[in-house]
Design a binder for this molecule. Sequence first.
Ligand code: ADP
Length: 554
Amino acid sequence: MTKRIFRGIVLTAIIAVLLASMLTGISIYRYSEARAIEELRSSAGYILLGLSRSEDETAYFQGFSSQDRVTLVDGNGNVLYDNQADATSLENHLDRPEIQAALRDGTGESRRYSNTLAEMTFYYTARTSAGNVLRIANTRSSALGMYLHMLPLMVVITLAAVLGSLLVARVVAKRIVAPMNALNLDAPLENDVYDELSPLLLRMERQRQEIARQMRQLAERKSELSAIAENMREGLVLLDPRGMVLSMNESAAAIFGVSAKQYIGEDMLCVNRDAAVRDALLAAENGGSADDIWEQNGRYYRLLASPVLQDSETMGIVLLMLDTTEKYAAEISRKEFTANVSHELKTPLTSISGYAEIMRDGVARPEDVQKFSSRICQETSRLIALINDILELSRLDEKKGLGVRERVNLLELSRDVVGRLEPLAREKSISLTLKGENCQISGYPLLLNEMFCNLVDNAIRYTPAGGNVDVRVGVEEGKPAFCVSDTGIGIPAEHQPHVFERFYRVDKSHSKATGGTGLGLSIVKHGAEIHGAEIRLESEPGQGTRIQLVFPAD
Ligand code: ADP
């Protein structure tokens, strides 16, 4: 700005000096031109007076002297006298405009450039009383000549003006700009400088307020986003198009087992080099998206990578990791369960079909038919029991058909179960007893019945003849509890954590021989979860087993 003011002042000074000298030159020139004609006119007046008194006009000029050029021309343009040249050698002057004007009007004027453009000759003509034409001419500097003459002076004046204006411009520019440099832009309205700046300062204040508002909004949105990202259970990593980490939430850092801050600005390959992660990033870098399952530290993550596009240009990459371990495990166990079910169903069906074929083909001896038929009946009941248990489990999985939750007296329910299984115990010469006190819980009676039945049934089946099975109902540590203990074969310690899994049997042949489906304890486990009950298992091989269900206190 200082430069512009400076330049403006200097330029104005130069233009002003040039214009002033030009205008002055023009008016001086006009004045000198008028003076020249005036002088010629007055000189002509004197000569005309002299000519009018002399009889021979040519003779009048004898001994005549003048600084101006004086010429006498007759009516035909022939030069009769010229004080600066030999009249006889001069050409006819009739074509000269000033001569023609004098012949026509009595007087005439004209001007012509002399040999150079720098000089101008002024002519004044007047008709004499003898009918000749008197011409007086005066040569002076032309306008151009005058300017050329004035040039050195003009250059000096211009230089002086430029120098002067330079000094003035320096001071003025500094003075104008100084208050502007001292403006407090943080509080534009507090400045009291030039009135002309008020609209600008007002606008600046408005823009400052608008910027402050937008910055506040941005900060709020940023903290909202980071709060969301930090509280997400899913791992989230934002990368630039070259795969450099821009941000990583705590969940992602925990999944990768790194510190989030340490890797900001680093290549993602420094964080993790697994092929799945690398391939997902590569797909996103190339504008595609990736969806893959990735295993890290024994957990399964769904790995989603997609590019952030703007005008079909990749501006960054988003990497999202969802923990799907439970879902994955459920999927695997569902597949295993389906395979197990098929296998479990196949065995009894194969033997049923085998016995039926033998009887159909008539190759069985008549005394064996009875045996084969009862085997078929046995396998069929095993199938029915298996299918019932599978149906029960799938109902429990979907939490359907549970009936209505109601107050259940555990002692009464146990009495019912024990009564039902008494014949089986007697058949195996096992003493089955029930002790305890009345205690109530809120639950599903049918499901509880099934659970108790499975536990007591197992106790009888896995206890050799002559053993004891005791059922106890009471309050344990202030909570309602159901407990079955037997003096049976027990469960080895390494099998104890697995006996509640579907189709898990410690001894397959024993389980099958006693009509077990391998699903009884799974149903108990599911039922306990539904009732919020805790299962406690204590068992010693060869000594016996004690399984306790502890229900939550009401
Ligand atoms: P099953 O129909 O084979 O009895 P369960 O799910 O009821 O299936 O039990 C799983 C396994 O746990 C059984 O195969 C058996 O080996 C073991 N088990 C269950 N209860 C007892 C018990 N009271 N004594 C010894 N072993 C038991």
